[in-house]
Design a binder for this molecule. Sequence first.
Ligand code: ATR
Length: 277
Amino acid sequence: MTDAYAVFGNPIAHSKSPYIHRQFAEQAGQDMSYTKQLVPEGEFGAAADAFFLSGGQGLNVTVPFKMDAYSYAARLTQRARRAGAVNTLALQEDGTLLGDNTDGIGMINDMHNLGWPLAGQRVLVLGAGGAVRGILQPLMEQNPAEVVIANRTFHKAEQLAKGFHDLGDIQALTFEQLEGRQFDLVINGTSASLSGELPPLPESLLAPGASCYDMMYGPEKTVFLQWAEAHGAGRLADGLGMLVGQAAEAFYLWRDIRPEVVPVISALRRKMGKKSS
Ligand code: ATR
């Protein structure tokens, strides 16, 4: 029987996950189906029960259900526990469900593919919401020299820094306190890009040739990446590689095969470009 996988979210119509996983399955010669399912708010548990009872093998979970999936999983990986959110559920041989979070490792793998250094780097993370919480453990495991979290609402940054300080040098700052500081890598994890906004950043924030990564993506360069380009960044990337990277790690968890991400990123980029022209 064909193994069944799906992504649950709300909204879900524009999810790229079915395309990505079908590409992976074809590449790896795997007999599997992957569908998307619009789940009404408050009905995650019932929908997941129905999916797994009908023989489903694994789920991806996106907005707004990552916390529901966290509670739903019988067991959690260490990184999912730290993230406080689950984006991948995998049915185990003993019939239990393992909850994982592959967002952070997806981003780190993308940076590795791009050839960006991480060890010893001074890293600034903008934002302190769920997206940022999801990447902190994998980021800190790369042994950066320091991680600074800056957020509009300072106490959220402070809470995150407290929650991860056992993993390395991590500190919370306000945007104003960034004045006079320089970073080798700046990651935008705010949702400001979605509305075309930018946090207030000092002019001299970027070390010469710094790398700038936006966890968001779109057919056009995000406002953060436009700012970075105008302020001396040497390397820019948006979050499309992270999207494909998190999917690749989910696929690996389910099928024990690590698919090639680069051709899938390129294909998605071409599709997006066509839509915008
Ligand atoms: P997500 O799950 O995408 O991280 P979230 O938990 O709502 O969503 O977090 C959104 C993040 O973007 C927060 O850090 C938010 O800052 P606040 O904590 O101060 O709300 C940040 N953000 C959103 N719009 C912003 C803007 N216009 N300027 C600066 N930060 C912004």
